[in-house]
Design a protein around this ligand. Structure first.
Ligand SMILES: Cc1ncc(COP(=O)(O)O)c(C=O)c1O
Length: 386
């Protein structure tokens, strides 16, 4: 008999679709969020050098100190976060590794955790794994899928322990404004709530000039675990490396737990992360420029299809169009599109109940693929209205 938590934690709906099409060459896959860029050369070189120089053994449970120092520089430069590399920063096995640790060190059985819906599928699962009670908060199309402090406040009870933030958001591309982030920080301080800030898409913003990071705001360090994954930023999804930061108390607890879970992320990936953090950043700028063009292309193309509606997503690399006009459940629509057009999308409900009526299309793929997918959708979808 398997433990109850196996039943409580659902399998990712994304993987279910993805597994169906794996290895198929005839489909236009807009499903999984993998940038179609290769990891930059200088990062790969650092990994090769690490192997050649023998950095192949266990490391400190929080990661090599020189890597933590490099990551602390990145946090200061990019995120305005002061982190002491000795005890306020930990290298983890991807953002995912940090999210699990964050939930495990903060949540007692029965604690409520507010999380965005539509949202990244694993946020719900991580709360459940920690025996917490997931409380969803709707990201609304009319707010550009950004969070509002006043909506969060309505969800807070005496049992609320933490809030999961993810801006830019997967799957909607929504960005929470700096103004709201400040209000949310004030609210968390007033109500004594922790924040798990999943900054996976920190660099992929198209309209915000000076983004604010909640972990950098006054008095937030002791109640915020900020997680910066290198997966998307440096096209390193397979390397499994991220950095998490917060007070020494929070990071100390995460480090202790990491020792018992995975000991530490791979030594070679750590060295690569150090090189990514302090090396040239033009690779990130280039990806951002490319994604912006694709965002514009897919937004226009989708809006040109009768029955589809989308505002330009502010960040990440996902389009989340409203397809409710077709009157078909988004799950069924995804399967019809796969059968009839070979364009593979993800139903909005894979990301929570408030995703009904929407589809997610990942545009971290070539413009040719986007154009072909759009023209196929344009031929098929309007027929559903007539
Ligand atoms: C919002 C969000 N958080 C976290 C992750 C996990 O990424 P990783 O573990 O590769 O850092 C993803 C991956 O798609 C994501 O979209």
């Amino acid at each position: 008999m398997l433990a109850a938590r196996n039943i409580d934690v659902p399998a990712s709906e994304i993987r279910k679709i993805y597994n169906k099409i794996i290895g198929r060459k005839d489909v236009f896959d807009l499903t999984v969020g993998i940038p179609d860029f290769d990891t930059p050369e200088h990062i790969k070189d650092a990994a090769k050098k690490a192997i050649d120089e023998g950095f192949t053994t266990y490391t400190h449970n929080a990661g090599y100190i020189d890597v933590r120092e490099a990551l602390a520089q990145k946090l200061k430069r990019d995120n305005n976060i002061d982190a002491n590399p000795v005890n306020e920063l930990i290298c983890t096995a991807g953002g995912m590794g940090a999210l699990v640790l964050a939930n495990m060190i903060l949540i007692d059985p029965g604690d409520e955790v507010i999380y965005p819906d539509p949202g990244f599928v694993s946020h719900y699962a991580h709360i459940k794994l920690a025996d917490g009670v997931p409380v969803s908060i709707q990201l609304k199309k009319e707010n550009g899928f950004g969070l509002l402090a006043e909506d969060i406040e309505k969800k807070i009870t005496s049992k609320t322990k933490a809030l999961v933030l993810n801006s830019p958001n997967n799957p909607t591309g929504g960005v929470t404004s700096n103004k709201e982030l400040k209000k949310i920080a004030d609210l968390c301080i007033e109500k004594d709530i922790y924040v798990i800030a999943d900054e996976a898409y920190e660099k992929f913003r198209y309209d915000t000039e000076n983004p604010l990071f909640i972990g950098s705001l006054p008095d937030m360090k002791e109640r915020t675990i900020s997680i910066f994954s290198l997966s998307k930023t440096y096209a390193m999804t397979g390397w499994r490396i991220a950095v998490a930061t917060g007070s020494s108390e929070l990071v100390g607890a995460m480090t202790k737990l990491q020792e018992h879970l995975i000991a530490m992320p791979t030594s070679i990936a750590q060295k690569a992360a150090g090189a990514a953090a302090v090396g040239p950043q033009d690779c990130v700028d280039e990806m951002l420029r490319t994604f912006r063009k694709r965002r514009d292309l897919i937004t226009k193309g989708l809006n040109d299809i009768e029955g589809v509606e989308i505002d330009p997503p502010g960040g990440a690399f996902y389009a989340f169009p409203d397809v409710s006009a077709y009157g078909i459940k988004s799950y069924d629509l995804v399967h019809r599109l796969l059968e009839e057009t070979k364009v593979v999308t993800i139903h909005g409900t894979a990301f929570g109940q408030y995703g009904e009526g929407f589809l997610r299309l990942c545009y971290a793929v070539s413009t040719d693929k986007i154009n072909e997918a759009l023209s196929r959708l344009d031929i098929y979808l309007p027929k559903l209205l007539h």
